[in-house]
Design a protein. Structure first.
Length: 405
């Protein structure tokens, strides 16, 4: 039975994410992946996102067989140029964005027109935190997927222990009231779920951990498949991969410092873009073992994966569940990652990778050096295969369907 009372064999679902690839990062990739998976199983999926600077203020269009509604609510700027603002304007932008009644009014009109069975929201910075409350008040089943600490820290980026400063107490009290309690809240990690509960969020919501889905390549059956596991092939040099935003909190600066002192033969591929792109370019010009490839997607990114032997995730902030770790395991590739936030839930120490203290350049370089001389054996492939199966798209859809029902 649909929201409009008409019996049908599929569901009509709104997937809401302020940013949408190629904009954004891992959270936006998960939102798009969720929409694609739901559409592939036969559901009618409508994507709601922020209008990009080169798009009209409001537009409806078809993309990848899905209806996409994009709009730009009034504010003192957009989510796309927020990083260019000074602190006073950025603070004002966050306050207006969180309580954007105009955005909520537009969203209400979308709900009235589309009559979805459920709303699945992801990152809402740019569309406002009133949308889940608006959907729930309308009578629509509301599921929110929390990807970071935006409700505690406006930037979504916090130090390792998420210190409860006065400004964060004030902001979280504000966002708790605005956001309310959606019918269900999904967390990609136990760490983020427990942190949110500690800060008093979602007291009336059904909260559960649901791992981000990984697109099949297909490489989960790794045993004996040297053709699918690059690390099992012999190479003159071992290829390292950093894939992510080139921002300070992602630890790219520390990785470049560690790379300088590694004596073993290696090649470091850096994929992504961000504020530190020029720093990476300069390092690539100085160090012939470092290559900056810019942002890659689709077949171009898959080509990079096939060249990779070891994935490095050197974050120096509180991370939730970096997609790159799951993608690595899905391809049978070991990981060296910082021991922070929800990362230890994704890396089995000594089996699928190594955990290192965040920001410790010396330990990071030693860990990379130690791994460069190793090959992936069947036991490691089995561990990676087990991990990859535990966050398959089939399991994700099963969990999501149970929540929506």
């Amino acid at each position: 039975m649909s929201a409009a009372g008409v019996t049908r064999n599929y569901m009509k679902l709104l997937v809401v994410s302020s940013l949408w690839p190629p904009a954004g990062g891992g959270a936006e990739i998960v939102a798009r992946r969720t929409a694609r998976l739901l559409a592939a199983r036969g559901d009618e999926v409508i994507v709601v996102r922020s209008a990009r600077p080169d798009e009209p203020r409001y537009r409806e269009q078809d993309e990848e067989g899905m209806k996409v509604i994009c709009y730009r609510p009034w504010n003192v700027g957009t989510v796309f140029n927020l990083s260019k603002f000074g602190l006073p304007r950025r603070t004002l932008w966050h306050m207006l964005d969180a309580t954007n009644f105009l955005s909520a009014k537009i969203f209400r009109r979308i709900l009235e027109k589309e009559r979805p069975d459920a709303v699945i929201s992801h990152g809402l910075k740019g569309l406002g935190y009133l949308l889940p409350r608006t959907a729930k008040k309308f009578g629509t089943k509301t599921i929110h997927v929390l990807h970071d600490v935006q409700l505690i820290e406006p930037s979504g980026i916090a130090e390792l222990d998420v210190v409860p400063t006065a400004s964060r107490r004030l902001w979280s009290a504000y966002t708790r009231k605005l956001f309310g309690s959606p019918d269900a809240v999904l967390f990609p990690s136990h760490w983020l779920m427990e942190l949110s509960k500690k800060w008093g969020f979602f007291p009336e919501s059904s909260c559960r951990v649901v791992r981000n889905p990984v697109e099949s390549v297909t490489r989960s059956d790794l045993l004996g498949r040297s053709d699918l596991v690059p690390a099992a092939r012999s190479r003159t040099a071992r290829t390292l991969l950093f894939l992510g935003q080139l921002e300070r909190h992602k630890g790219i600066r520390e990785l470049l410092q560690a790379a300088r002192v590694i004596s073993s033969d290696y090649r470091l591929l850096v994929v992504g873009d961000g504020a530190l792109a020029d720093l990476v370019r300069a390092e690539a010009a100085r160090n012939p073992r470092v290559s900056y490839l810019g942002r890659r997607e689709g077949a171009a990114l898959e080509e990079v994966w096939t060249e990779t032997d070891l994935v490095i995730v050197p974050s120096i902030c509180a991370e939730n569940a970096p997609n790159v770790i799951q993608e690595a395991a899905n391809r049978g590739l070991p990981v060296i990652a910082s021991r922070t936030g929800g990362i230890p839930e994704l890396v089995k120490e000594g089996e699928t990778g190594i955990l290192v203290p965040p920001g410790d350049v010396s330990v990071l370089s030693q860990a990379i050096e130690a791994q460069l001389g190793k090959t992936v054996n069947d036991e490691m492939r089995q561990a990676m295969s087990d991990l990859a199966r535990s966050w398959s798209s089939e399991l994700f859809l099963g969990e999501l369907k149970a929540v929506i029902a």
